[in-house]
Design a protein around this ligand. Structure first.
Ligand code: ACO
Length: 344
């Protein structure tokens, strides 16, 4: 009888899908601060305009001789230290970024080498501001399948390397920074539960970086025409972002029977306070549940959501229901539902 029971339990455990859990977080932003007042001296803008239209007060800028991999390395070093493990134990590193150190090799390649993750392989993911969600979902599959035990997912961008500091439409919005999470097999029901990820190539005209790829290789002409800077048609992107981020967040709630009461926190991509507010309203969330750090860092593209984790980690309790939501270039957008898996 006992034997049968144990056998049944074992079969049940075997059939239960393995979940990937976030077991550690590390974040890094550069020391140099660029304030709204600094920008007032560079372009025709005002602190008041930036605050009321975006919610941003200041952003961080990486040293010119440093690259996105340096942001990732600092974040990962913190993460490894917190978890008390060495880089040699890591199986895979995924870096979400639109500002890779080079076209190739990948930033993940550089990072794995420099942190001493001798056993790991890695790759970059490009999905603009949704990059961290795409990478987190991808990384979780390597845990769920049983292929890997320790996967690092990093979201980081040195946006200052592609921002035109003469263009007031974009230079006030972006900043540099990044953060990383460690994924491991969950020991309980907590972990990454569901994801809805989307893309629509219609976005190319409204948010892009035109040159430097195979379509417009670098040339005197591409430089003269400012084609190596990020271009954004803010108003159009805003309309798409408001609708789609709210919709996808609602979708993930509905299919997981979540309500405004049962969601503990929304970690939304920090592009604009007004877009985050619209999403929170659609989710019927109390404003205390909406985590915000856009005022300090601006939009760090793939860095925003993991930077929320590192800033607010001490708030999270084991079992908390957390919804992640993002919208970005592509267009790309999506939402992830996870149950937080540790008390810090
Ligand atoms: N200071 C002062 N005035 C400005 C500034 C500035 N920094 N920037 C623009 N303006 C002016 C414009 O020129 C315009 O003037 P006009 O009416 O005389 O032409 C006016 O302010 C209004 O401009 P809008 O673009 O309509 O301003 P809006 O309220 O839409 O805010 C913003 C602009 C903040 C860019 C907003 O549209 C936005 O947040 N868009 C979405 C951003 C986003 O989510 N991006 C996706 C992620 S990013 C990624 O994936 C890399």
């Amino acid at each position: 009888m006992n034997f049968q029971f144990l056998k049944l339990q074992r079969i049940e455990a075997k059939n239960k899908p393995m979940r990937a859990a976030i077991t550690a977080v590390g974040g890094y932003v550069p020391e140099k601060i660029l304030t709204n007042q600094d920008l007032e001296k560079m372009v025709d803008t005002s602190d008041e305009w930036i605050r009321t239209r975006t919610g941003i007060v200041e952003r961080r800028i990486l040293e010119e001789d440093k690259a996105t991999s340096d942001l990732c390395i600092k974040a990962i070093e913190k993460l490894l230290d917190k978890r008390g493990i060495s880089a040699e134990e890591i199986d895979l590193v995924i870096v979400a970024t639109v500002t890779p150190d080079h076209a190739f090799p990948s930033t993940a390649n550089i990072v794995t080498h420099k942190i001493g993750a001798t056993k790991a392989w890695g790759f970059d993911m490009s999905a603009a501001c949704s990059g961290f969600l795409y990478a987190l979902d991808t990384g979780s599959k390597f845990i769920e399948s049983g292929k890997h035990q320790k996967v690092i997912v990093c979201g980081a961008d040195k946006m200052s390397s592609i921002v035109n500091y003469k263009d007031r439409n974009t230079c006030v919005i972006f900043g540099d920074g990044g953060a990383a999470v460690l994924l491991e097999p969950s020991q309980d029901e907590n972990g990454i539960i569901d994801s809805v990820l989307k893309s629509d190539g219609v976005g190319i005209d409204y948010l892009n970086l035109k040159a430097g790829g195979s379509k417009h290789p670098s040339s005197h002409e591409t430089i003269d025409n400012d084609m190596h800077y990020l271009y954004q048609e803010g108003k159009t992107v805003f309309k798409f972002a408001v609708t789609n981020m709210a919709e996808v967040s609602r979708e993930i709630m509905d299919r997981n029977n979540l309500t405004g009461d049962s969601v503990d926190y929304l970690c939304a991509h920090q592009a604009n306070l007004r877009i985050i507010d619209a999403t929170a309203r659609r989710m019927e969330l109390d404003e205390k549940k909406v985590l915000i750090n856009i005022s300090k860092y601006g939009n760090t593209t793939a860095g925003t959501i993991p930077l929320l984790f590192s800033d607010f980690e001490s708030k999270f309790k084991k079992g908390d229901n957390i919804v992640l939501a993002a919208f970005g270039g592509g267009f790309t957008w999506g939402a992830i539902y996870l149950k937080w898996s540790y008390n810090s």
